[in-house]
Design a binder for this molecule. Sequence first.
Ligand code: ADP
Ligand code: 5GP
Length: 192
Amino acid sequence: MSSTHGKIVILASPSGGGKSTMAKKLLNDFDRLKFSVSATTRPPREGEVNGRDYYFMSEKEFQKRVLDQQFLEWEKFYNGTMYGTLKAHVESELKKGYFIMLDVDVLGALNVKKIFGEDALTIFIKPPSMDILEQRLRNRGTESEKSLSVRLERAEKEIKYADKFDLVVVNDKMETAYSEIKKAVRKFISNQ
Ligand code: ADP
Ligand code: 5GP
């Protein structure tokens, strides 16, 4: 996959860490940044739109795309739910000269970094503590008890990868965390 036409900003964190929140702010502030819409086999949450938030698809369709090598990276987690970044989507936006932003899990982020190297900026958004992460996930109101405990268990493991990222931002006060992220993204984009 060629990356000669652009760069990739990768936001990663445990679920509930604040990726979607920061991603929305960045998309608002940087016209040249486009969101990479991932594919997933999980059902849409209330308010989520197919093609905007995710490409929602059946397991059968997802697996067919895996066999066709349509994913830049993909993973199976949370009780077998699959998530993946579609090569075609990323490639077409990069060709148009846009910067792409990925909202992926920690391992997905590191896999994409291996492919793009210096052309990717990896940002780890770290929750201030596990208790606060749990509170935020609960307040978001999107997860069942089962899904919550799976996500928290996974979060403990994911946080251990933080030092492999280009930048680690503790998401305590939202505006402080965002201004750190914004500064790094501005620098990365202007260094093209
Ligand atoms: P992710 O996309 O990583 O799963 P979200 O962006 O959905 O995480 O954030 C999880 C929840 O925490 C959301 O309800 C969001 O509004 C809230 N949140 C994010 N950052 C902060 C913050 N700094 N302070 C308080 N609440 C936050
Ligand atoms: P959610 O179900 O909360 O939308 O996402 C669960 C997790 O899947 C999050 O950590 C999110 O970043 C991750 N995720 C979303 N899309 C992708 C993707 O394309 N690839 C990978 N590896 N993870 C993804």
